[in-house]
Ligand binder design. Structure first.
Ligand SMILES: Nc1nc2c(c(=O)[nH]1)N[C@H]1C(S)=C(S)[C@@H](COP(=O)(O)OP(=O)(O)OC[C@H]3O[C@@H](n4cnc5c(=O)[nH]c(N)nc54)[C@H](O)[C@@H]3O)O[C@H]1N2
Ligand SMILES: Nc1nc2c(c(=O)[nH]1)N[C@H]1C(S)=C(S)[C@@H](COP(=O)(O)OP(=O)(O)OC[C@H]3O[C@@H](n4cnc5c(=O)[nH]c(N)nc54)[C@H](O)[C@@H]3O)O[C@H]1N2
Ligand code: SF4
Ligand SMILES: [Mo]
Length: 677
């Protein structure tokens, strides 16, 4: 019996440390939280408490598979690795000879967000000169919006919320998506802090808050501008800090002069008095802090949301205080220990700059090719776009092209894998070594391989070594072993200690107040309430509210949200497993009582929900989680859970409109109509 330390690989801010008990036959018999881990402290979550059920699931793909029958039929035969690699190499060589390497697109995402899993493969794609992904589905918009104001994504250590008096959880569902932060928030509360949640959905986090505000989706910037109005009007601005460390205050003050709470109330649907109270409490109950994460970026004006939000703590001088400021992803801190270039090796591009394909607009790229050679091959790694990418029916149409060669590397035959030509078996996290720099806490975690790979599964790094060999590449960097690559990636860390302990701290300013004395890395060297750089790009220099293009209309009167909401799911990863999906409420259309009555819908009735992209047929769930004019369909369920292998899913309805900047996508500016089925 052995105990092996590891770190969760999921695309989750918590990056929990775990320990795996392995019996003498090399089988993992228990996976539990590592009690020594400073952030997760021995607790995992309802997803990963059942992780061994995933590892040893009967549905695991354990051998390479080749499609038999028509595309998307989901019929496969088992083949050898040798046959799979030979076929891939032949297809790739033909495509490269005929169309160039840019006709191949590696479509890689964070199903495993460990360093090797996510980035070692870049070496091969750079070396080949394949198309690159630009933008993304997660986090880039929030990072870009934040950096417009602050010059960086670096903010508070979220665990310092334990020192806050007034905590605003703005567009983040902490208790679901970031559960290990909640104890720090409870600690602040025990010392008298108030917790406010601002979300268009009454989430589990909203239920646990002291105060819940439920604006219409996509209207928060109007609320923020009204808060600024009150702060300026009532003399709650910290003029000393603002004068010393920001630019553009006078312009901003003039700009918000007519952003009265009444004006914002009409747009957001909030109560005018609540807006006044929120602004005044935020301006007087120091230390005040705003916690946000990713969700609010999934709007057309997602970057503006984060750009505007980061102005609020600055106006009140919140950065002076321990427990004051703005807390988002800490990856910009934790990545300080990580040498990206040494791992991903952009130098292997050798001066080339391959065509970029916008990740969120995969459907367009496969059906309406951007400039450059049409895509003839896509390699999906750690991603399930037929559940997770907007305009899903268009993605499906692209994947059904007979002249497209699709390779999927995954642990399961996901909806996406069903449409593949070749499916390759991927290891789970307990089968391969890796390291994880967290985005929720200031740690890097080590992950030992606890067991041998099951069947013929290979890790992402081994996959790329095999592909490189099959393609006849000779560049030595493509064949580095895992430890060599990890040593290069983490040059400043004591890897022996990291391997022994399972985690290490990452650097953070000793007084824990990173911006108390300003010094923001913006063009002006100050926090930019006015951004001339943004103006140069054609965007407004000052925080500005703009309604979404796809707003509810006479034809499509409801705003549709498709959020994460199942505690047993992690993105699209668990809905198919017996200890996860069947224990969650099945997909339904959430609608409030007033709207349901107006539509003649009773709880449990079937409703059609549609727009020009797709139509779903769902049972109705009447709920107080959404406000009038807003409906929700939970996301993460596969086609089979929506009625069959060809059924549309939540993202069949969603918009793939790009965000204002940051390269994200406006999933949640989607309008739909609803009627009795
Ligand atoms: N409507 C709507 N759409 C959304 C979102 C939403 O909230 N609503 N959220 C968006 C966000 S924030 C994100 S991050 C994306 C998530 O997008 P998804 O693609 O759903 O991400 P995951 O479920 O995390 O992981 C994808 C796949 O990675 C596989 N995987 C796990 N480990 C490994 C490994 O080591 N190797 C390989 N090759 N595969 C592995 C898993 O089995 C899984 O099938 O979805 C986005 N789409
Ligand atoms: N259990 C669980 N945990 C997860 C995941 C999971 O699938 N399941 N996914 C992981 C991933 S990939 C990510 S990116 C993180 C995301 O972590 P979060 O950002 O915390 O979660 P989301 O659910 O994407 O979005 C947060 C909230 O934003 C709200 N929202 C939508 N539009 C607006 C708006 O216009 N204004 C405001 N104020 N709020 C809005 C949504 O209703 C939602 O409740 O969670 C991670 N953790
Ligand atoms: S999914 Fe998130 S909360 Fe669950 S074990 Fe992994 S890192 Fe921790
Ligand atoms: Mo995400």
């Amino acid at each position: 019996m052995r105990l092996v330390l590891g770190t969760c690989h999921h695309d989750c801010p918590d990056s929990c440390g775990w320990q795996v008990t392995v019996d003498d036959d090399g089988r993992a018999i228990q996976l539990r939280g590592n009690p020594e881990h400073p952030y997760s402290a021995g607790e995992l979550c309802p997803k990963v408490n059942r992780y061994l059920g995933r590892v040893y699931s009967d549905e695991r793909v354990l051998h390479p598979l080749r499609r038999v029958g028509a595309k998307g039929e989901g019929r496969f035969e088992q083949i050898t690795w040798n046959d799979a690699l030979t076929e891939i190499a032949e297809r790739f060589h033909t495509i490269i000879d005929t169309h160039g390497a840019e006709a191949i697109l590696p479509y890689v995402s964070a199903g495993n967000q460990s360093l090797l899993a996510l980035m070692f493969g870049d070496r091969l794609w750079h070396h080949l000169g394949a198309s690159r992904l630009t933008g993304g589905l997660c986090g880039l918009v929030a990072g870009a919006g934040t950096a417009t104001t602050m010059g960086t994504g670096k903010g508070m250590d979220p665990s310092d919320l334990r020192h806050s008096r007034f905590i605003v959880l703005w567009g983040t569902n902490t208790r679901l998506t970031n559960r290990h932060l909640w104890p720090f928030i409870e600690e602040a509360r025990d010392s008298g802090a108030t917790v406010v949640v601002i979300d268009p959905i009454r989430t589990a986090t909203a239920e646990a808050a002291d105060w819940f505000l439920q604006p219409r989706p996509g209207t928060d910037v109007a609320l923020m501008l009204a808060m600024m109005h009150v702060l300026v009007r009532d003399g709650l601005v910290d003029r000393e800090w603002v004068d010393a460390h920001t630019v553009g205050f006078d312009d901003l003050a003039a700009h918000v002069a007519d952003w009265t709470p009444a004006r914002a109330a009409a747009i957001t649907g909030l109560d005018e008095g609540d807006i006044e109270t929120l602004a005044r409490r935020f301006g007087t109950e120091a230390p005040a802090a705003i916690r946000t994460l990713v969700g609010a970026e999934h709007h057309e004006h997602g970057a503006m949301f984060f750009r505007t939000l980061t102005c609020l703590p600055a106006l009140i001088g919140a950065w002076r205080h321990l427990g004051g400021g703005y807390a988002r992803s800490v990856s910009t801190w934790t990545n300080d220990v990580f040498d990206f270039a040494a791992l991903a090796r952009p130098d292997l591009l050798a001066g080339r700059s391959p065509r970029g394909v916008a990740m969120p607009q995969l459907g367009r790229a496969l059906t309406d090719p951007p400039l450059g050679p049409p895509l003839h091959a896509v390699v999906m790694i750690g991603v399930n776009p037929l559940v997770s990418v907007p305009e899903r029916e268009r993605v499906r149409a692209g994947l059904s092209r007979d002249d497209l060669f699709t390779v999927v590397h995954d642990q399961f035959v996901t909806d996406t894998a069903r449409d593949a030509d070749i499916v390759l078996p991927a290891t789970t996290q307990i089968e391969a070594v890796d390291a994880v720099t967290s985005w929720g806490s200031l740690h890097v975690g080590w992950n030992h391989a606890a067991i041998e790979p099951l069947g013929e599964a290979v890790s992402n790094s081994e996959l790329h070594r095999r592909l490189a060999r099959a393609l006849g590449c000779t560049e030595p960097a493509l064949f580095d072993d895992d430890l060599t690559a990890l040593r290069a990636a983490l040059p400043t860390l004591d890897l022996d200690a990291l391997q022994r302990d399972g985690f290490a701290d990452t650097p953070f300013p000793a007084d824990r107040r990173p911006w108390a004395d300003g010094g923001f890395p913006t063009p002006s060297g100050k926090l930019e309430l006015r951004s001339d750089a943004l103006a140069a790009l054609g965007a407004p220099a000052l925080p500005t509210y703009t309604p979404p293009t796809e707003a509810p209309s006479a034809e499509f009167p409801f705003a549709l949200l498709t959020p994460k909401q199942q505690m047993r799911f992690l993105n699209s990863s668990y809905s198919h497993l017996p200890q996860h999906g069947p224990l969650e409420p099945a997909p339904a259309l959430e609608v409030c009582a007033d709207d349901a009555a107006a539509l003649g819908l009773a709880d449990g009735d079937r409703a059609r929900v549609w727009n020009h992209r797709a139509e779903l047929d769902l049972p109705v769930r009447i709920t107080n989680r959404v406000r009038p004019g807003v409906v929700a369909v939970p996301w993460g369920w596969w086609a089979r859970h929506h009625g069959g292998p060809d059924a549309p899913v939540a993202n069949s309805l969603t918009s793939d409109a790009a965000t204002d900047w940051g390269g994200g996508v406006a999933f949640w500016d989607t309008a739909v109509a609803v009627a009795r089925a």
